[in-house]
Design a protein around this ligand. Structure first.
Ligand code: SAM
Length: 262
């Protein structure tokens, strides 16, 4: 069986992925060959006996840079091994990774991911390979490995047949079902320390439950992530606001694929 999607990860620290790949949904997806993850130690492309991958920056300054003459041949060889994949290079300067970006990546057969370390890459890596530069947020990690894990985990959830319930990823926050936040969820016990489950969820009335969930989802978004609501109808600000009764989703336009991390 060939996997639906293959991730090639180029890293100096493949060991970081060991636990990540051997638990839970990812372990099952790998075992059943629904996805494939190949780890490549970039150090194997270093020719000197110390396997040097980094060097001091020209012009001075702190830290070390990943060497262009080590990284480029490594990526080129891995790309040559089969039909070249979509090449992502993790850097804080890149396009922000989000759910819509993940949906786009889930249509690929092969994704090749380049993880930086130290002060990052010699700029010529990007000039020569022309990768898509990708950031997972406005903060600095030690390396691109956590970013690669975020991409693998988010994209694999979108591969058909991996999650037990196909609907569960449609109605997740940010996802195709609504593009806003998911509603609140409850399970047993019905009461805990004086906090009860909303009555409507115990009613068995599916239409009313669906209405409550839509309303709650919109309310959560307004309170926690108003930036996701680009425009709500004029009415939504009035006393007769649809938000106070039933949300009219057609009246909400969602900010399209933002490229900047917030
Ligand atoms: N000097 C770089 C800068 O200020 O932009 C930071 C280098 S960081 C310590 C080392 C590597 O971690 C980067 O080359 C990149 O691969 C990865 N990295 C760090 N933060 C990241 C982020 N927010 N998104 C994606 N990759 C990140």
């Amino acid at each position: 069986m060939t996997s639906a999607i293959c991730f090639d990860v180029l890293t100096l620290f493949p060991g970081i992925f060991e636990g990540f790949l051997s638990e839970s949904v990812l372990k099952a997806a790998l075992t059943t060959q629904k996805i494939e993850v190949r780890l490549h130690n970039m150090r194997d492309w270093a020719e000197d006996k110390h396997a040097t991958m980094d060097d001091r920056p020209f012009g001075g300054g702190p830290g070390m840079l990943l060497k262009v003459d080590r990284v480029v041949p490594c990526v080129e060889e891995i790309q040559r091994r089969q039909k070249p994949g979509r090449l992502l290079m993790f850097t804080p300067q890149g396009r922000c990774f989000n759910q819509m970006f993940a949906e786009e990546l889930a249509t690929e057969q092969r994704i090749v991911m380049l993880c930086g370390r130290y002060e990052g890459f010699d700029e010529r890596v990007a000039e020569i390979l022309k990768p898509e530069e990708v950031s997972i947020g406005d903060y600095i990690l030690n390396g691109g490995e956590v970013a690669a894990m975020a991409v693998i985990e988010t994209v694999m959830r979108l591969v058909p047949g991996i999650l037990g319930d196909e609907d569960s990823n449609r109605f997740d926050s940010f996802s195709t079902g609504n593009r806003i936040l998911d509603c609140a969820h409850y399970t047993r016990p019905r009461e805990y320390r004086g906090f009860s489950v909303p009555e409507i969820l115990l009613s068995g009335n599916h239409a009313e439950i669906a209405r409550w969930r839509k309303n709650n989802s919109l309310q959560q978004t307004k309170e926690k992530r108003p930036d996701l609501l680009a425009a709500v109808s004029e009415n939504s600000h009035s006393e007769n606001s649809p938000l106070k009764t039933e949300p009219k989703f057609s009246q909400i336009s969602i900010i399209k694929n933002q490229n900047q991390c917030k």
